[in-house]
Design a protein around this ligand. Structure first.
Ligand code: SAH
Length: 583
């Protein structure tokens, strides 16, 4: 009964070469009575056909192609509708369903439909370029035949701003030439002109052509109807003629911090991913590539392992699949990098390459980039930058770095680099002062009236040397002002130090931000200079030791009531709700 019902076989035959056509796609072609497709596609698969009737159509006749296919299937035939790549990606699958839906077709009673997946251009192009997709990616067709240009432009904008890797399909034709230019303009608003771009023409076909370019330079190359353009994301790099997007994002490199950038094999582990949305504190290991899946009694781990060299062949059915090789069994808790390194080792060993066992770890293929992040100033007391320094800074920040002006006499600089230490030394050689940012001690001094009142500067410098950058529960600013005018606002900081009549006055617990901000409390006058540094050291040490995580210094002072003998005075305060940032 079912047999007499006609069938639609919607086939994606991949990029174009026979090797990349799936087994099921070949079978479906063989079992069909009629093959319907665009001329070029019919030519591509011609050799696989025997006595099927062939219905060729022009490129723009997609709708009539779909209608014809449905008509013939309804007449009881097995009809193959062919698309290049995958039929569900700007292919015939949706169109055929649209025609069917219009006719009130139902799965139970209507003609049978089978969609046979194929390798889409994003995958075939990517395989020729290296590994440019890897991370979150999207496809955007620049053809505005069926989609209004405003919508396409909006999608390009959204994808660009969200840092997707983007595969552009239908980028340009003889008539549609402006779309790719406009797309480049939108992308350049969000990404550097150096962003790697891969241009692949006729992947796995006779005239295959692969070009590596950049976002700025991409339009100088031949881009046409048979081209797929892959735009890298902000982490994509070119290495030895290949375009590679790392699996994860760059880690921050904080100056002088204990924890520094991870080696590739340390990445992709949950403890290395402070940016992740936490799943509560149940301590569950939520590694997404190693989770257990019991659907068919086999774990995802096993699935994962069977994919790497030396593991089982996964082409067999679940029943016939071999157990992974013994060496594979050890790798249950390996990271993807370790798996890749193991694969490399096995290949090199089988080729008899000496030293293969350590090769992957000993000679890193490329140096991991991280984002060097620091607060930069012209110095503790010196508030002037020179033109030469600004030039050096501009050069170091380059196109990819950012320089942000902070409210604390600092420029916050973030630069992607694989050599953070070298870059930091270069800036120090230029006379800049660099400090880590985050929950650390920062010394904020005045300019000592252009150094005319500079007697107390050595004390500020000693504090900077001893305490600057030290980790504390929450960022802690020590204001240091060189005379009683305290015009740089030391008394408004967490800890205020004011030099007056050759001695120091001390202020503790300013609330520096918020609508109920208040100055610090004066706790001591006339501290002898030789006692200053140790006094401050002891106060900071107490806070570092006893402060709760994220507890600001003024709250700590209020809670413990006394630090190093300095008592907190409770002052009745107006209760004003702190505003949430952004309100
Ligand atoms: N269904 C197809 C896409 C059809 S739209 C698929 O899944 O791949 C046509 C566009 O696909 C072309 O303009 C080009 O951007 C891309 N394309 C298809 N085959 C390609 C190939 N062999 N090499 C490069 N790009 C290809």
């Amino acid at each position: 009964m079912r047999e007499s019902r006609g069938k639609l076989l919607i086939i994606g035959f991949g990029p174009g070469s026979f090797e990349h056509i799936t087994k099921r796609a070949r079978e479906a072609l063989e079992e069909s009575d009629v093959v319907i497709g665009y001329n070029t596609y019919v030519d591509l698969i011609r050799e696989l056909l025997t006595d099927q009737e062939i219905v060729r159509t022009g490129m723009t006749e997609e709708v009539s192609r779909a209608q014809e296919a449905v008509r013939q299937a309804e007449a009881g035939k097995k009809v193959a509708v062919i698309s290049s790549g995958d039929a569900g990606v700007y292919g015939m699958a949706g169109l055929v369903y649209e025609v069917l839906m219009e006719k009130g077709w139902r799965q139970e009673t209507g003609v049978q439909v089978e969609i046979i997946p194929g390798i889409s251009a994003i995958n075939s192009a990517a395989s020729l370029l290296g590994a440019p997709v890897m991370h979150d990616a999207c496809t955007i067709s620049l053809s505005d035949h069926l989609t209004p240009w405003e919508l396409i432009a909006k999608r390009v904008e959204a994808a660009a701003s969200a840092d997707f890797v983007i595969a552009l399909y239908n980028p340009r034709s003889g008539r549609r030439t402006r779309q790719i230019v406009e797309t480049q303009r939108i992308l350049l608003k969000h990404r550097s002109p150096d962003t790697p771009v891969g241009i692949v023409k006729s992947a796995y076909r006779d005239r295959q052509n692969v070009v590596l370019s950049t976002l700025g330079g991409m339009l100088e190359h031949d881009i046409g109807m048979l081209t797929t353009v892959i735009i890298g994301n902000s982490t994509t790099r070119i290495y030895d003629g290949l375009m590679i997007t790392p699996r994860g994002y760059q880690r921050k490199y904080t100056l002088d911090a204990d924890v520094q950038p991870l080696k590739p094999h340390q990445r992709l582990q949950s403890e290395a991913e402070p940016w992740a949305l936490k799943q509560g504190d149940d301590g569950a290991d939520d590694d997404d590539y190693l989770w257990e899946d019991s659907e068919d009694g086999q774990s995802e781990e096993l699935e994962e392992r069977s994919e790497w060299p030396g593991g089982a062949d996964r082409s067999g059915s679940a029943e016939t699949r071999e157990r992974p090789a013994a060496s594979a069994m050890k790798a249950i808790h390996a990271t993807p990098f370790e798996l890749a390194a193991e694969a490399l080792r096995l290949v090199e060993r089988s080729k008899g390459i000496a030293g293969a066992d350590n090769a992957a770890y000993a000679a890193p293929l490329f140096r991991q980039e991280s984002i060097l992040e620091f607060a930069l100033s012209s110095g503790l007391a010196n508030k002037q930058f020179t033109a030469r320094q600004m030039l050096a800074l501009a050069e170091i920040a380059g196109d990819k770095g950012t320089i942000e002006y902070s409210p604390h006499h600092h420029l916050i600089v973030r630069v992607p680099t694989s050599e953070p230490e070298a870059l930091a030394s270069r800036l120090r050689e230029e006379g800049f002062a660099l400090a880590p940012i985050g929950d650390v001690v920062q010394i904020k001094a005045c300019d000592f009236c252009n150094m005319e009142k500079g007697e107390s500067v050595p004390y500020a410098e000693t504090l900077q040397r001893k305490l600057g950058g030290m980790k504390v529960p929450k960022e802690l600013r020590i204001g240091f002002n060189g005379c009683g005018m305290a015009c740089y606002g030391a008394v408004h900081e967490d800890i205020g130090i004011v030099y007056r009549r050759e001695k120091f006055d001390l202020f503790l617990g300013g609330k520096t931000v918020g609508r109920n901000a208040h100055a610090a409390q004066p706790v001591a006058e006339g501290i002898e200079p030789e006692r200053l540094v140790e006094t401050i050291e002891r106060i900071v040490a107490a806070y570092a030791l006893d402060g709760h995580p994220n507890e600001r210094f003024h709250k700590f002072f209020k809670r413990v009531k006394e630090i190093e003998g300095y008592r907190h005075r409770d002052v009745p305060a107006f209760v004003i709700e702190d505003a949430v940032c952004g309100d």
